[in-house]
Write a protein that binds this ligand. Structure first.
Ligand SMILES: NC(=O)c1ccc[n+]([C@@H]2O[C@H](COP(=O)([O-])OP(=O)(O)OC[C@H]3O[C@@H](n4cnc5c(N)ncnc54)[C@H](OP(=O)(O)O)[C@@H]3O)[C@@H](O)[C@H]2O)c1
Length: 378
């Protein structure tokens, strides 16, 4: 490639980046003032950064957009003050207009509230999207009383999930957390029955060990594993990603933006309010932040270098690790959604990935999960 060609590509890229920032900045007052769907439609360009539809990815039998949307914090009690429900319905539909076809929720988010929002939002576009939800808990009214994945309980819970999700089938049904007293073969068998009945299309498991994944997959083929994975929390690299590759299972990183730590507003002195879920995350604790902000600084350096944002670097880095990885950043804000989807425009060369890996490996991380947890991360 000629030097002039390279310079032109860099100028084009810088222009796109300025366009993204201008779009994102312009979107802030627009979103704040949005009252109706008609305005939301006017405000929504498609796709994220004007470069056409990015290549889709596979999670077992399911084809999905390379970046999904995590809908957990659309329910109250997570990272933000409770967002307005109608605004979340609009955000989900906007995400679809911007190319997202993969939406993640769970019965326990709220509980039930996130599923209700996702169900309402996706009802008119149900056949165009892949809808994922999760079981694994027991409830007394709206209080979680503990884990429960007994087969009869799973089947009963799925009936309620289908109603809240306003659908006749769940595309990807995950075991959310392993039930220590129910064998994985029984859980996988129950989901297999639901697949035979047409109520579920594919089986997923969340935060399990590679051994448990193998046990599940031997009974009912697993389409995807969902676990926390980011530049900071790299436990899945110990054994899980290789196991997924071997079995042909997709991998869905949750927490891909380091739970929002990559946002501009954070520094080593940031503290989370007691009601913010992040107040209890070890890698965000006051004694961990000073060390861990070095990873944020690294992402910020690469953002400058690649003419992107730190969140986009983090998401693009995940996408570059394996072609079966589909991150699901969670957001309740339209400009963040647009920024996150723009990550598919950020590409790394093999040399850049190696350089970034060397830099990451050299940085000590405080409060992440130790490597031996890969065997018992349940
Ligand atoms: N399987 C499991 O056990 C499990 C556990 C947790 C979560 N999940 C799923 O994974 C999804 C994502 O995980 P997560 O929400 O914990 O982690 P995350 O996506 O890394 O972080 C979400 C946080 O980052 C902020 N954020 C997102 N994009 C941003 C951007 N471009 N700039 C600045 N801040 C940004 C969000 O705030 P704003 O709303 O202000 O954008 C929110 O506070 C969830 O929605 C849920 O569906 C699964």
């Amino acid at each position: 490639m000629s030097n002039e060609h390279e310079r032109q590509e860099q100028r084009d890229h810088a222009h796109d980046r300025r366009k993204f920032l201008a779009g994102a900045m312009a979107a802030v007052p627009l979103v704040a003032g949005m009252q109706g769907v008609a305005q939301a439609q006017t405000a929504t360009p498609a796709p994220a950064a004007g470069r056409g539809r990015p290549p889709q990815r596979r999670l077992g039998p399911l084809e999905v957009s390379p970046i999904g949307l995590g809908c957990m914090a659309m329910a109250p009690g997570f990272y933000n003050p409770a967002p307005e429900r109608a605004a979340m319905v609009r955000l989900i539909r906007d995400a679809h207009r911007m190319g997202v076809t993969f939406f993640d929720t769970a019965e326990v988010y709220g509980p039930f509230v996130s599923e209700e929002i996702v169900g309402e939002a996706l009802q008119p576009i149900r056949n165009q999207v892949v809808l994922a939800s999760k079981f694994g808990f027991d409830y007394n009214g709206s209080s979680v009383t503990g884990r429960n994945s007994r087969p009869a309980h799973i089947k009963a819970r799925v009936e309620g999930m289908l109603k809240r999700l306003r659908t006749d089938r769940i595309d990807l049904l995950y075991l959310h957390r392993m039930d220590p007293i129910v064998p994985i073969a029984d859980i996988a068998g129950a989901v297999g029955d639901l697949i035979s009945q047409g109520k579920v299309r594919a089986f997923g498991v969340s935060e399990v060990s590679p051994e448990t994944l193998r046990g599940a997959h031997a009974v009912t083929p697993v389409a995807a594993v969902q676990s926390e994975y980011s530049m900071l929390e790299r436990l899945p690299e110990v054994a899980m990603l290789d196991t997924c590759a071997e079995l042909g299972v997709g991998f869905v990183p949750w927490g891909p933006t380091m739970r929002g730590l990559l946002a501009d507003g954070f520094n080593a002195y940031s503290r989370f309010a007691a009601q913010d879920r992040r107040a209890s995350v070890p890698f965000l604790a006051p004694e961990a932040l000073e060390a861990n902000m070095k990873i944020v600084a690294l992402a910020r350096d690469w953002a400058q270098r690649k003419d992107a944002t730190p969140v986009q670097i983090a998401l693009a880095w995940l996408l570059a690790q394996r072609d079966f990885i589909v991150p699901i950043p969670g957001t309740t804000k339209w400009p963040h959604l647009r920024e996150n989807l723009g990550a598919t425009d950020v590409r790394f060369t093999a040399g850049e990935l190696a350089e970034l890996r060397t830099a990451l490996t050299a940085l000590p991380v405080v409060g992440n999960r130790p490597a031996d947890k890969a065997r018992e991360n349940e």
